[in-house]
Design a binder for this molecule. Structure first.
Ligand code: B3K
Ligand code: ZN
Length: 904
C-alpha cells in the first residue's frame, strides 16, 4: 500500500472497491460564460433529483480554484458550506427535481495546469478529462453523471470571433444593452447526454477548413477543422483522416456519425495528444498540422491514428462511457485497438499491415513492459490511485488494446464485430465497466473459447505484470510428432493477492529447416487446416503435440504477437536465421532478427572484455542482415525494422543489473560494425531508394524514405570510422536539397548523430529556415537533446537549449522536446556517472510541478527503473528522487510517482 512520506500533506487514495452510485442525478445543465482572461464569469443552472437507489444524503459538489459568488436553490438563497474544495448543500428538497444555480468566477489566464478553462495564444480552450470540469464550475464531476448541456458563450467579438461548444449552434448574434458594445454570443445545444469530462468550449481568432459529407444512411454532416490563421494549408491530411475514420467505423463496425457537426480544434498548448469532447475534439497542433515541408512521414501517420482514435471515441467512450475512472481502459484500450485496426485496414499491402503491427508491439515492449515491471505497475483495471491523471498509461492504453485484441483472436474477426454490436445495443447511453464489455463480447459468441474461459480471461484486467511463457520443443522422428511444452509464470506485485494463470492465445506455425511452412495437425484434432494453429493455453504447464511431422521443424511461436507476454525459447542461431529467412509470419520474421541482435548485444554486455574496437558481432549475423537488406521482394519498411537494433531501453529490460553506459557502448559498437561491414549494401540501398516521385506519405514510399535515411546514417557512421568526408558532404547536400521534411530531418539526423562538424551549420540553417514553425522547432530542439552522446556533451547542450530565445517551460510540447528528449529518451546522455543528469532531472521536476503537475509527473517517471541500475547510478538516482520527495507542497501527481518509486 502506498505510504505517504512524513511531513507531507495528507492526500486520499481512491479505491475501486469503494465505488458507490451518485446520491443525485443532474439532468440538465445551462452554462453561461462571460469570457475574460483575467476573470471569467460562469453561471451554472442545473436541474437535479435525488438518486432513489442511494440513501438520502447531502449534495457534495466538486470544485477547484473557483471563486464562489452565489448559490440558489429553486431561485432562493440557501445555506451551504465548503468542505475542503467541495461545496456541500444539506437542505435540499426530499422529492422531485429542483433547480440549482451556482455563480462562480475563475482566472483562465492564470491557469498554467492546462486543466479546466485556460488561455493559449489569446484563445480560450478547455480540457476536462479526467477531473478538469470542477475547475470551471461546481459539479458532480464523475463520468457516471450524464446530463444534457446548453451552453451560451459571451465575449468580445473582435478578440474572439469564433465561439464553439459541443453539439449544434442554435443561436448567435450581437449582445444588446449598455456595457455590451462589441460583444457577441453563441448558444450551443448538445443533443446527447454526456458526462462532464466531455464538455468543451473554444473561443478565439480561428479559421476553419470545412467538408460536407453524406453518410451511408443518407444523413448530411458538416466536418470542420479549426486552426490559427496561417495554418489552413496544413489541415488537408487531418481532414482526409477524419473522413476515412467516418467511413471505416461505419464499414467495419456499423457505427455511424451521430452528429450534424463534428469539429476539431488545434491548440499549441496541450498537455497530451488530443481529447474526444463530444462533437468538439480539441487537439494538440502536433496531431493536426502537416505539410510536406514541415511534417515527417511519422507525423502524417500519427495524425491519421490520433484523428481516428478521437473520432472512434465518439462511440467507444462517448456513447458508452466509463462508470468510474478505474474502468478507463474500457474506452482507452478499446479505442487504441480500434485505431490500430483502422491504420492497418487503410494499408493496401499485407506487408504494410505487418509493419504497423511490429511498430505497435515495439511500443508495447519498450514502454509498457518496463512499466509493468516497475514501481508504477498496475492492472489494466487499477485498484487504487492517488491522482487519476497518472493512470493514463501505456498499460491502460496499449496493454488494454492487447487484451481487446486477444478477445478478437478468441472469437474471430466476425465474432468480435458481433460482440461490438451487442455491446453498443446493450449499453448505449450508459456508463459501464470492463466486465460489461467482456460479457457482451462473450455473450455474442456463446460457443467461443472466450465464453468458455471468461472468468479466467478476465485476469488480464485484474493482475498486473508481464507473463513469461517458457517453451521447449521435442521432435520424435519415429512417431513423426513434434511436442511443444509451455510454462507460464508472472511475478506478483507487492500487495497483489491473486496470481492465477492467464488465458494465452498462442499462435503457432512450424517451419522446416529448409524453410517450408508445414501443414499443422494437432494430436486428437481433425486433419490439418492451414499452416498456423491457435493453441489456447490456460494452465501453468501445458503441451501440444503436432502429428505427421516429417522432419524436425523450427517452431514459430506467438505469431503476430498473439499475447502480450515474454516468450523464452532457446532457439539456436541457426533456427533464428531459418525463421528470419523463411517464416511466412512477418512478425516472427522480424522477431527472429530482434532475438539475434539482442543475443549478440547481451553476450557483449555481460562479457568481461573491453568491447571498444573489438569485433563485436559475428559473420553469420552480418550475412543474415545483408541478406535482408538486399532481399528482392521484402518491403523497405520491413527491412528498416529488421535492421534497427533493439533500443537501449529494451536491451536494459533484459538485464538484472543495468549499466546504461555499457549498453550504449555495445549498441554503438554493433551499429558501427554493421555500418562498416555493409557499407556497399548501404550505398546500394541509398541509391535504389532515394527516388520516390512526388511526395506521398503512404506506407510504401514512407518505408523507402525510412530505409534511405537509415542507409545515409550508416554511411556517415562508416565515414566517421574511415575519416572519409564524402558521405557527410552528401548528407549536407541532401539536407539542403530535400523537398520534404522526412528526407530533410533524416539527413540532418545523420550529421547530428554521427557528431560530424557539418551538423552545426546544418542545424543553424534549419533553425533559420523554420523559425516561425513551432512544430518544426520542436524537432530542432528534440534532435539536439536526444542526440548520441560522445563524451558528455549533451547535458551542457541541453542547458544551452533551455536558454534559447525559443525555449519555454510553459509550453508542454517545447518542454517535452528538450527536457523529455533528454531525460526520458536519451539514456546514455542522462545516466551520467557524475549524477549531473539526475540533478538536472530533479530540478526540472520540481520546477515544472509548480506550474503544470501533469507534465511534471510524466517527467518524474524517467527514473522509474532506478532500482536495477548499477552503481554509481543507483545511489545517485535514489538521492535525486529523495531530493524531489523532500520538497514540500508537491502536487499529488508528482508525489504519487515519487512515493511509489521509493517504496520497498
Ligand atoms: N481521453 C484523452 C486523454 C485525457 C487525458 C487526461 N489526463 C485522450 C485520448 O485518449 O483519446
Ligand atoms: Zn483515447
Amino acid at each position: 500500500m502506498l505510504q505517504l512520506l512524513d511531513g507531507q500533506s495528507p492526500s486520499t487514495m481512491i479505491h475501486r472497491g469503494d465505488y458507490t452510485a451518485p446520491a443525485f442525478w443532474i439532468d440538465t445543465v445551462h452554462l453561461t460564460f462571460d469570457l475574460d482572461p483575467a476573470k471569467t464569469r460562469v453561471l451554472n443552472k442545473m436541474t437535479l433529483r435525488r438518486n432513489p437507489d442511494v440513501p438520502a444524503q447531502a449534495l457534495k459538489l466538486d470544485g477547484e480554484e473557483l471563486n464562489l459568488a452565489r448559490v440558489l436553490v429553486n431561485g432562493q438563497g440557501t445555506s451551504f458550506k465548503l468542505e475542503g474544495s467541495r461545496l456541500v448543500l444539506e437542505n435540499l428538497p426530499a422529492e422531485g427535481s429542483f433547480d440549482l444555480e451556482i455563480f462562480t468566477t475563475c482566472a483562465p489566464i492564470k491557469n498554467t495546469k492546462l486543466m479546466g478553462l485556460y488561455v493559449s495564444n489569446d484563445s480560450f480552450f478547455t480540457q476536462c478529462e479526467a477531473e478538469g470540469f470542477r475547475r470551471i464550475t461546481y459539479f458532480l464531476d464523475r463520468p457516471d453523471v450524464m446530463a444534457n448541456y446548453t451552453v451560451t458563450l459571451r465575449a468580445d467579438k473582435a478578440k474572439y470571433p469564433v465561439l464553439l461548444s459541443n453539439g449544434n449552434l442554435v443561436d448567435s448574434g450581437a449582445m444588446e444593452g449598455t456595457g455590451n458594445e462589441g460583444r457577441h454570443f453563441a448558444t450551443w445545444v448538445d443533443p446527447h447526454k454526456k458526462p462532464s469530462y466531455l464538455f468543451a468550449l473554444v473561443a478565439g481568432q480561428l479559421v476553419c477548413r470545412e467538408q460536407r459529407i453524406t453518410s451511408r444512411g443518407g444523413k448530411d454532416h458538416l466536418l470542420q477543422i479549426y486552426v490559427r490563421q496561417g495554418d489552413m494549408d496544413k489541415t488537408e491530411h487531418a481532414m482526409n483522416s477524419l473522413m476515412a475514420s467516418v467511413v471505416w467505423d461505419e464499414a467495419r463496425f456499423g457505427l455511424p456519425l451521430d452528429l450534424e457537426r463534428f469539429m476539431i480544434v488545434a491548440t499549441s498548448d496541450f498537455n497530451m495528444g488530443a481529447m474526444e469532447n463530444k462533437g468538439l475534439n480539441i487537439f494538440n497542433t502536433k496531431y493536426v498540422l502537416a505539410s510536406q515541408a514541415t511534417a515527417t512521414d511519422a507525423d502524417f501517420s500519427n495524425i491519421e491514428s490520433v484523428v481516428g482514435h478521437e473520432y472512434f471515441h465518439n462511440w467507444s467512450g462517448n456513447r458508452v462511457t466509463c462508470r468510474d475512472w478505474f474502468q478507463l481502459s474500457l474506452k482507452e484500450g478499446l479505442t487504441v485497438f480500434r485505431d490500430q485496426e483502422f491504420s492497418q485496414d487503410l494499408c493496401r499491402e499485407a506487408s504494410a499491415r505487418a509493419v504497423k503491427r511490429i511498430e505497435d508491439v515495439r511500443v508495447l515492449r519498450t514502454a509498457q513492459f518496463p512499466e509493468d515491471a516497475g514501481p508504477m505497475a498496475h492492472p489494466v483495471r487499477p485498484d487504487s490511485y492517488l491522482e487519476i491523471s497518472n493512470f493514463y498509461t501505456v498499460t491502460i492504453y496499449e496493454k488494454g488494446a492487447e487484451v481487446v485484441r486477444m478477445m478478437q483472436t478468441l472469437v474471430g474477426r466476425d465474432g468480435f464485430a458481433k460482440g461490438m454490436t451487442l455491446y453498443f445495443e446493450r449499453h448505449d447511453g450508459q456508463a459501464v465497466t470492463c466486465d460489461d464489455f467482456a460479457q457482451a463480447i462473450a455473450d455474442a459468441n456463446p460457443t467461443s473459447e472466450l465464453a468458455r474461459l471468461l472468468p479466467q480471461f478476465k485476469h488480464w484486467y485484474s493482475q498486473a505484470g508481464t507473463p513469461h511463457l517458457k517453451g521447449a520443443g521435442q521432435y520424435d522422428a519415429q512417431a513423426r510428432t513434434y511436442t511443444l511444452s509451455f510454462e507460464q509464470s508472472c511475478a506478483a506485485l507487492p500487495g497483489q493477492t491473486a496470481n492465477e494463470p492467464f488465458v494465452l492465445p498462442v499462435s503457432i506455425g512450424l517451419v522446416s529447416a529448409l524453410g517450408d511452412a508445414q501443414p499443422m495437425q494437432a494430436q486428437g484434432q481433425e486433419a490439418a487446416s492451414g499452416t498456423s494453429h491457435l493453441f489456447v493455453m490456460t494452465q501453468a504447464n501445458e503441451s501440444i503435440t503436432f502429428v505427421n511431422v516429417d522432419e524436425e521443424p523450427v517452431p514459430s511461436i506467438l505469431r503476430g504477437f498473439s499475447a502480450p507476454v515474454v516468450l523464452d525459447f532457446e532457439y539456436t542461431d541457426g533456427q533464428l536465421i531459418t525463421l528470419l529467412a523463411n517464416d511466412p509470419d512477418p512478425f516472427n520474421r522480424w522477431e527472429a532478427a530482434q532475438r539475434l541482435s539482442l543475443r549478440n548485444a547481451i553476450e557483449l554486455i555481460v562479457a568481461p572484455a573491453d568491447i571498444t574496437g573489438a569485433k563485436a558481432i559475428n559473420d553469420a549475423y552480418i550475412d543474415a542482415m545483408r541478406h535482408v537488406l538486399r532481399h528482392p521482394t521484402l518491403d523497405a519498411a520491413f527491412k528498416e525494422l529488421v535492421l534497427t537494433l533493439p533500443s537501449e531501453t529494451y536491451i536494459a529490460e533484459q538485464l538484472a543489473v543495468v549499466d546504461p553506459q555499457r549498453i550504449h557502448a555495445v549498441r554503438e559498437s554493433m551499429r558501427t560494425q554493421l555500418a562498416v561491414a555493409l557499407a556497399d549494401d548501404w550505398q546500394w540501398a541509398l541509391e535504389t531508394h532515394s527516388a520516390n516521385g512526388a511526395y506521398q506519405p503512404d506506407p510504401v514510399s514512407s518505408g523507402r524514405r525510412a530505409l534511405a535515411g537509415m542507409a545515409l546514417t550508416n554511411l556517415c557512421l562508416a565515414a566517421r570510422e574511415s575519416g572519409d568526408a564524402t558521405w557527410p558532404g552528401q548528407a549536407l547536400q541532401r539536407f539542403k536539397d530535400a523537398d520534404n521534411m522526412t528526407n530533410r530531418a533524416n539527413a540532418l539526423h545523420a550529421l547530428v548523430n554521427t557528431g560530424h562538424e557539418l551538423a552545426a551549420p546544418a542545424l543553424a540553417r534549419f533553425h533559420a529556415f523554420f523559425k516561425n514553425e513551432e512544430l518544426v522547432l520542436d524537432k530542432w530542439f528534440a534532435m539536439q537533446a536526444g542526440a548520441c552522446d560522445r563524451g558528455g556533451q549533451i547535458l551542457p547542450a541541453v542547458r544551452q537549449l533551455m536558454k534559447h530565445a525559443d525555449f519555454s517551460m510553459r509550453n508542454p510540447n517545447r518542454a517535452r522536446s528538450v527536457i523529455f528528449s533528454y531525460c526520458n529518451a536519451n539514456p546514455a546522455a542522462f545516466h551520467r556517472a557524475d549524477a549531473a543528469g539526475y540533478q538536472f532531472w530533479s530540478d526540472r521536476v520540481i520546477e515544472l510541478d509548480a506550474t503544470n503537475p501533469q507534465v511534471a509527473a510524466r517527467l518524474a517517471r524517467a527514473l522509474d527503473r532506478w532500482k536495477r541500475l548499477a552503481e554509481p547510478y543507483r545511489s545517485a538516482a535514489r538521492e535525486a528522487i529523495e531530493r524531489v520527495a523532500a520538497k514540500t507542497n508537491l502536487s499529488n501527481d508528482v508525489r504519487e510517482v515519487i512515493t511509489r518509486a521509493l517504496a520497498d
